[in-house]
Design a protein. Structure first.
Length: 394
């Protein structure tokens, strides 16, 4: 098979994703989103180079999240440009310098974690008869066009499809197409640039797993598709950890529990946002990996954690456990209070926790109970939380 080079574009700003970190760094199945594509590209026997294009200034972050992958000499980093096409130009140029024997280039979005060998093979096959090829799927929904004067008109979807990545090209032809594309003009995708240069294009069978992560819900859907519970590798070392936290009420009008703000007649007192649920879970994850407790890593005496978002603590505990080789498998939380009512917020708490931890929803459980009016929690003096985390490694 002819040599292949990958250009993986991670230069989007991910504004629709609205996460604390750029989209390509959020976790899917305990691994940063972009690492899924990079490892799939490297696993293909014909791959000679994999250039990751990231926004200038993000190089160190990319190096850190991809860690050991940079031990593979085929992996290099490249700073992107203002437009996607500028990023692709820079990546392709670098790829050609790395290995002059490459015949086919595959341009792939870092936010599409479901890259797989059979898709790469079918694209290479299509390049025997075309200059460029991409995976495509039919549309399920009816299509309408908005009319300038108001109203809508039907659009036939018979010959319409949605196109995914990787978009594969005969390298020499695509380099010419990129050179001919006007400087500064945006392009929706790479087929657009190839089409403008008159290249012959083909479509191959797309897959739902190749869909892009644009919104948090996409992440959960792809997680369920890419890592159904049954597909976990056999784990020989499985451990559990537990955590407990209590915060008392003080004057205020809302509490934050598992990342969700719930209106209440008081708030929880604490140095950070006093999210007892995520504090207990942070301790449970640290406990499962035998990495100390939340106070060791985030001392309440340290002013930098004043009013901190507890997502920072939980994410840091997860990162520490991942670096020690653990995969978080499951989190179970119990909130103990007489008020506010937890049940109406359980679903959003589970979703917020699952998204932050890179888990599918079925791996996050949230329960609530009271103490039947007994003790300090029964007297409505505060809220308690207990958490159990299960981690595993091979
Ligand atoms: Mg606490």
């Amino acid at each position: 098979m002819d040599a292949i080079g990958f250009v993986i574009v991670a230069s989007g700003q991910g504004t629709r994703f609205a996460a604390a970190v750029p989209k390509q760094f959020v976790l899917l199945g305990g691994r940063p989103l972009m690492s899924w594509s990079v490892s799939a590209a490297l696993a293909h026997p014909a791959t000679r180079a994999c250039v990751i294009v990231c926004p200038p200034g993000q190089e160190d972050d990319v190096r850190e999240v991809l860690g050991p992958m940079f031990g593979d000499r085929r992996v290099t980093l490249c700073a992107g440009g203002a437009q996607r096409v500028d990023s692709v130009r820079a990546g392709v140029r670098q790829m050609v310098e790395i290995d002059a024997s490459i015949r086919h280039v595959m341009i792939h979005d870092a936010a599409r974690p479901g890259l797989d060998g059979p898709t790469i093979d079918s694209l290479v096959e299509a390049l025997a008869a075309a200059h460029g090829a991409a995976p495509a799927l039919p549309l399920a929904d009816a299509l309408k066009r908005r009319l300038p004067a108001g109203g809508v008109t039907a659009v036939s979807r018979a010959d319409i499809c949605r196109v995914q990545t990787p978009q594969a090209f005969q390298l020499a032809a695509y380099v010419r197409a990129l050179e001919a594309w006007p400087e500064g003009m945006p392009a929706d995708d790479d087929l657009t640039i190839a089409e403008a240069a008159g290249l012959r294009l083909a479509l191959v069978q797309g897959r739902e797993t190749l869909d892009k992560v644009t919104y948090p819900a996409d992440l959960r859907r792809l997680q369920d598709l890419l890592m159904p519970s049954s597909s976990l590798p056999p784990l020989t070392d499985v451990r559990t950890g537990h955590g407990i936290d209590v915060h008392g009420f003080c004057e205020g009008d809302a509490v934050t529990l598992a990342g969700i703000r719930i209106p209440h007649i008081a708030r929880l007192e604490g140095h950070s946002d006093a999210d007892a649920a995520w504090h207990a879970l942070t301790d449970a994850i640290l406990g499962a990996a035998s990495l100390g407790d939340i106070g060791d890593h985030f001392p309440p005496t340290d002013p930098q954690w004043k009013d901190a978002d507890s997502a920072v603590f939980l994410k840091a505990a997860l990162d520490l456990s991942v670096r020690s080789g653990w995969t978080l498998l499951h989190a179970d939380l119990t909130l103990i209070c007489e008020a506010p009512r937890i049940k109406p917020h359980r679903r959003s708490m589970r979703e917020a926790t699952a998204t932050l931890l890179g888990l599918s929803l079925d791996r996050v459980s949230i329960k609530a109970t009271t103490t039947e009016g007994l003790g300090f929690l029964g007297r409505r003096e505060g809220i308690g939380a207990m958490a159990t985390a299960t981690v595993g490694r091979r």
